[in-house]
Design a protein around this ligand. Structure first.
Ligand SMILES: [Zn+2]
Length: 277
């Protein structure tokens, strides 16, 4: 197996700002930009034959049906990402299940098949998440950070008593494709002023992708059949010259002998490997 990069796009659009309660025209327009950038992202992926996975909230599926159809028509995977980008730790079990059911139905309506994959909004997670994904027939998740380049079966039923050693739950049948803030364009590039403080962002996109590429190179040297999951946002990476930096990253990955795959294909390839361990 060759080393793999999963280039993933969280197409949050306006839902990201709704989740923060920022619904005045300014923040809404920042979300809108994500939909505006979809065309140029699909163009880049098409020119370089990069299959990709788009994690799309139900709210975006309903607000931007044409852009979501274009993503699906180009052969990219569409996977779960909440309805209105709800932080799942604010939801009880029934609400978390309902949000995912509703969004799964929207994905099935668009693609003709239920979603195989899931990523929690903002990588928030609950004790119920894995069980809910199992109930919905989801095959993989991409929200946790337990490894960097090696997929694993996510656990459920962990127990934490701060007075004793941590008790690990059992492995589930959900394949985890691990993520990291270090491989996410959002904290690197996006400028945010929140009541809790300022997230400066606005770093040089080429410098960010060079850091990403160093991780890809390290993987090819240390885990030759590994997977790097890169998380991008159309409303962030789609802006101006950042797209040219993304293109240089794609070319740089190919020069390292890396294959690009959709998350669903990687999860299905790794399942028998993990079951055999
Ligand atoms: Zn998101």
């Amino acid at each position: 197996m060759s080393p793999t990069v999963c280039l993933t796009f969280d197409f949050d659009a306006i839902s990201l700002w709704i989740a923060r309660g920022q619904v005045t025209p300014g923040p809404v327009s920042r979300g809108e930009f994500g939909a505006y950038a979809i065309g140029r992202i699909l163009d880049l992926l098409g020119r370089h034959s990069v299959p990709s996975t788009f994690f799309i909230p139900g709210h975006t599926l309903e607000t931007y049906p044409a852009q979501c159809s274009a993503v699906a028509a180009a052969g990219h995977e569409i996977a779960l990402h909440g309805y209105a980008h709800e932080p799942v730790s604010t939801l009880d079990r029934d609400a978390e299940l309902a949000v995912n059911r509703r969004s799964a139905a929207l994905i099935e309506e668009l693609t003709g098949a239920p979603p195989a994959g899931h990523r929690t909004p903002s990588w928030d997670f609950t004790d119920n998440t894995i069980e809910i994904l199992g109930e919905l027939g989801v095959e993989y998740d991409s929200s946790l950070m337990g490894t960097d380049f090696e997929p694993y079966f996510a656990r459920s039923g962990d127990f934490n008593d701060p007075d004793r050693a941590y008790r690990f739950g059992a492995a589930s049948s959900i394949v985890e494709l691990p993520v990291s803030w270090t491989l996410d364009d959002y904290p690197h590039l996006e400028y945010l002023r929140l009541p809790q403080g300022v997230m400066p962002g606005l770093q040089d996109a080429d410098a960010m992708f060079e850091r990403f590429l160093r991780d890809v190179r390290y993987m090819t040297e240390t885990v030759p059949d590994g997977v790097v999951t890169v998380t991008l946002h159309p409303q962030v990476v789609g802006r101006g010259a950042r797209m040219a930096a993304l293109e240089r990253f794609v070319v740089g990955c190919r020069a390292l002998g890396v294959a690009f795959e959709r998350c669903v294909d990687v999860a299905r390839r790794f399942r028998p490997v993990l079951e055999g361990r």
